[in-house]
Design a protein around this ligand. Structure first.
Ligand code: ATP
Length: 931
């Protein structure tokens, strides 16, 4: 239905651009027209290449870019203050604060942010490349490649870009690398309320400005309709209603439908708010009274996700059930059980009080087999009542109690700088790159952002695309790889071919069109060429001249960690190209933010040692300290040391030996794979979940799927036993704290016993590992690990292979690659075989303390930082420091970052280090030696 609407809108657009004498009643058309207007304007101005511009001549897109900016410039020029050079430099100072490391001064962010955005627009327009007047405080040279040819990049190892001119500021060089904010790329408002005669639109005569080519209609559906649901959607009745009430309601709705169908639009105006594309006319009416608001179910089962209980349809839609779950089997729908199987406690979500039976189940309406079934149920119920208490238990209460018992893990509270980033992304809709040393909470922050964005776009989940550079990292945040998102396969072809490929792939195309926010995790492993390609593809597929076609980017990672994996065949000729080397990097991001508070290592000395490693500037003292960490680790609390190796073979050997050394029965779990046998094996070869996993009691394991906020991919645990689901529920029900309400204990115990019986009767007696996890917030949680699904999607979007397996791997040993992103309390690293830049830093920075770290064969020259990465961060830090000096915000930063004395100390040290970095001009040269 939606597709039909999309195509319809677009068709109207074409009609409109040819002939403006269109019916004014089509509000949706107006919105589309406005949305597309800048593009059409461009099409006119670069007319002869209308259809071919994105594919044949990339520099034409710059023109498009320029045109879009020009339109904005007209607005900006109206504001004299902003366009005067003096005013520009003042606002640049302000914008500098905001854009460099705005996390440093969150309190100032809102006002400064708005100022900076305004000034940056003005500056942007003044660039010669954009066709505006050119006396801006930022010279065009600050972004030479952007204004001439966005895809022409300088050679990987060439000299840094020429420093921009910031007037009197001596620190402008750094500013260049960070100067990203630009209002010229602002999103048009989501709800567009505009007249056809709007003066805000560019002064183009649309009737004569458009060249329509034969194939111009071929991508009619390629519209990004940024609809916003009307503010007043009807609320479905959620409580029980009488038959009369129901009839009354129905009548009322029918009348409304009739009315709205024949209602004439107000005459003399072409302005109207977009309607929800899939809504019936009645949806445009104010909401009906809510008869019975749904119960507020905030508590969760330990294994449930945030919104698990949101699946429940309103009571008026889904028939409330009075029977306890184990008596419902015969009549429950397949979906109910699927869901219940996944989340056992969902079974308890039934209303306890009798409900009037639906028509079909009345006695006089019932078939003989149904009567038989009812008798059976009655019998079952009587049987259960020998276990369950006589009085029926309110299931909501049970659910609440069980959940509160099981989810004891408390959520992490975000720090000030993390909150600031979240607000920039979620509330202000800015494109942000947040970075920082290992352990500064980038992943935690990203998870929080994703969760907020999912809430924000709850009605249109497809608006948020969660991706990461590698499958492993993607798995970590519940997303897909950037390649999969884009539908480009390996992405080796040129842009033109890739665009064709995507257009043939309906799912990928839809993803590109629907996505409003694109999350990219572990950016350090994204190739710069790929970044540029995707930015261009976004512009083409979405028919939008802004970078990435106007998609908001949320990017994180630390370029000092693992670099992109080079394709041995294709990239023999060139050095690694980081995402920040991409020609479109600066223009794609509004804010670059450095997180400074290290959470993983609370010991300032250790944090400093790691920071030296990160920068590749290791003092003799630090070398000595690391060498002293070669002693063996010994603990008697059951948690074993995790060994990190550079290669997979080393990892497998180590795990095999450790398992063999354990006594006890082996439990073997074979994966259930699907897919064409010919390709299945290959596709599933790199999957984190192994084809077979053998476990024993006391085996050390790592969770490879996210369960909730604190039990995440990477959580380490120990197998404490094996049991079936029913036994586990029984344990959960009986194993309460002493201070729990006795009555509740009794109820839960009764409930879980009954559940246990039901499961056994169902014949589900498989024993799964019960794992005691060490959650990321420091709590311990016992989880019965049952099989989960992993899927491999082809670029066509089809699932080509899947695997069902326990979400566990043996974790005495891990590869450094797999360990990226993890926090480990006991780590042993042998640096002897480290071969990649950033590898040693990733490995050692997994540890939380020196006491929990053993390092073998530490050599200074094994610790390599890429010189261009060093240079990139030098610019960030020196730019930030310049702002700090100029605005004297040091004190506020210290205050802002202050948490505990030890952390404050660490922060102060980091600040000192940052200032040191400013003065190491020759450091880059020294670093080049590592190349
Ligand atoms: N606001 C916070 N309060 C308390 N602990 C936090 C906070 N943010 C992160 N942490 C903890 O710090 C540790 C590191 O967090 P996280 O893995 O998100 O860091 P990171 O920057 O992604 O590290 P890396 O770059 O190594 O992947 C985790 O144990 C996490 O629970």
């Amino acid at each position: 239905m939606k597709t039909g609407l999309l195509a319809g809108h677009h068709l109207l657009l074409h009609r409109a651009t040819i002939n403006l004498n269109l019916s004014p009643n089509w509000s949706t058309f107006q919105a589309v027209l406005v949305h597309r207007a800048p593009l059409r304007a461009h099409v006119h101005n670069s007319a002869p290449k209308c259809a071919a511009f994105p594919l044949e001549a990339l520099h034409d897109e710059d023109i498009m870019f320029g045109r879009a900016v020009q339109a904005k410039a007209a607005e900006a020029n109206n504001n004299n203050n902003k366009s005067k050079p003096g005013a520009s430099s003042i606002s640049n100072n302000a914008s500098l604060k905001q854009q460099l490391f705005p996390s440093s001064s969150p309190a100032r962010a809102p006002s400064v942010g708005s100022q900076s955005r305004t000034s940056s627009v003005a500056d942007m327009f003044k660039k010669p490349g954009f066709g505006g007047t050119s006396s801006g405080a930022i010279s065009a040279s600050s972004r030479p490649s952007a204004t001439t040819d966005p895809l022409t990049t300088r050679p990987a190892n060439s000299a840094p870009r020429p420093p921009p001119n910031y007037g009197s500021s001596g620190s402008g060089r750094a500013f260049a690398s960070l100067y990203n904010a630009s209002d010229s790329f602002n999103d048009t408002p989501d709800v567009i309320e505009v007249s056809m005669q709007s003066t805000r639109r560019p002064q183009h005569d649309l009737t004569s400005s458009v060249y329509i080519e034969d194939d111009d209609f071929s991508d009619d559906e390629n519209l990004d309709l940024d609809f916003e649901a009307p503010s007043a959607l009807p609320v479905l009745p959620t409580g029980r209603i009488s038959l009369e009430q129901h009839r009354e309601l129905q009548k009322q709705q029918e009348e409304e439908v009739k009315e709205s169908r024949f209602r004439e639009p107000p005459s003399g105006t072409h302005t109207s708010v977009l309607s929800w594309p899939e809504s019936s006319p009645s949806h445009l009416q104010p909401p009906k009274r809510e008869l019975n608001p749904p119960p507020n179910t905030n508590t969760k089962h330990a294994r449930l996700q945030d919104d698990d209980f949101d699946f429940e349809p309103p009571a008026a839609v889904k028939k409330p059930k009075r029977e306890l779950p184990w008596t419902m089997e015969a009549e429950s729908k397949e979906e109910d059980w699927k869901h219940a199987e996944k989340y056992p406690l969902e079974k308890s979500g039934y209303a306890p009080t009798p409900e009037s039976k639906p028509k079909g189940s009345m006695l006089w309406n019932t078939t003989a087999s149904a009567v038989k079934e009812q008798k059976k149920q009655l019998k079952d119920r009587q049987k259960s009542s020998s276990v369950a208490p006589k009085t029926e238990i309110p299931m909501d209460e049970i659910k609440k109690v069980v959940s509160s018992h099981l989810s004891k893990a408390s959520a992490i509270t975000l720090s000030g700088e993390q909150l600031h980033v979240k607000s920039l992304v979620v509330e202000k809709g800015q494109s942000v790159f947040f970075t920082g040393p290992a352990g500064t909470g980038k992943s935690v922050l990203m998870r929080a952002i994703i969760s907020e964005l999912k809430k924000k776009f709850a009605r249109e989940p497809e608006r948020v695309a969660v991706t990461a550079s590698t499958g492993l990292a993607a798995c970590n945040i519940g997303g897909m790889t950037l390649h999969s998102f884009a539908g480009i396969g390996l992405g080796k072809e040129d842009i033109q071919t890739l665009v064709k490929k995507i257009r043939r792939n309906q799912k990928a195309k839809t993803r590109w069109l629907k996505t409003k926010v694109l999350i990219i995790d572990e950016i350090s492993m994204v190739d710069g060429e790929l970044f540029d390609k995707l930015s261009q593809i976004g512009r083409i597929i979405r028919n939008n001249g802004r970078p990435w076609g106007g998609i908001q980017l949320v990017i994180t990672g630390d370029f000092f960690q693992l670099p992109p994996v080079l394709d041995k065949d294709l990239n023999k000729q060139r050095d690694v190209k980081f995402a920040f080397d991409a020609a479109t990097w600066n223009m794609s991001i509004d804010h670059t933010i450095g997180l400074t508070e290290v959470f993983r290592q609370r010991d300032p000395e250790f944090a400093e040692m790691l920071n030296e490693m990160r920068l590749g500037r290791i003092s003799d003292r630090t070398v000595k300290n690391f060498q002293q960490l070669s002693r063996p680790l010994a603990f008697d609390d059951g948690l074993e040391v995790t060994e990190l190796f550079p290669t997979r073979n080393e990892v497998e050997n180590s795990n095999r030996q450790r398992l063999a050394a354990l006594k006890g029965k082996i439990y073997r779990y074979e994966a259930y794979d699907t897919g064409e046998p010919a390709v299945r094996e290959k596709l599933l070869a790199n999957m984190m979940a192994p084809p077979v996993i053998e476990l024993k009691k006391d085996a050390q394991v790592m969770l490879i799927k996210n369960m909730d906020e604190t039990l995440v991919n990477g959580s380490l645990g120990t197998v404490v036993g094996f049991m079936n689901e029913a036994t586990f529920e029984l344990k959960a029900g009986s194993d309460f704290d002493d201070d729990e309400d006795l009555d509740k204990k009794r109820r839960i115990k009764a409930f879980t016993s009954a559940l246990s019986n039901a499961a056994i009767e169902k014949g589900d007696n498989t024993e799964y590992p019960l794992v005691r996890f060490h959650a990321v917030d420091g709590t311990r949680r016992d989880i019965l690990c049952q099989p989960e699904d992993w899927k491999v999607e082809l670029p066509t979007g089809e699932v080509q292979a899947s695997r069902k397996q326990l979400p566990l791997i043996l974790a005495w040993a891990l590869s450094i690659h797999k360990a990226q992103g993890q926090t480990l309390e006991r780590v042993k690293v042998d640096l002897g075989r480290v071969f990649e830049k950033g590898q040693a830093y990733v490995a050692l920075s997994r540890a939380t303390t020196q006491q929990g770290l053993q390092v073998l064969r530490f050599q200074k020259d094994k610790v390599m930082a890429h010189p261009r990465v060093v240079s990139f961060y030098n610019k960030l830090y020196s730019a930030e420091s310049a702002v700090m000096k100029r605005t004297k915000v040091d004190q506020s930063i210290t205050k802002f970052a202050y948490k505990t004395p030890s952390v404050a100390q660490a922060i102060t040290k980091q600040q000192q280090q940052r200032r040191e970095v400013i003065d190491i001009e020759d450091e880059e040269e020294r670093m080049a030696g590592y190349g």
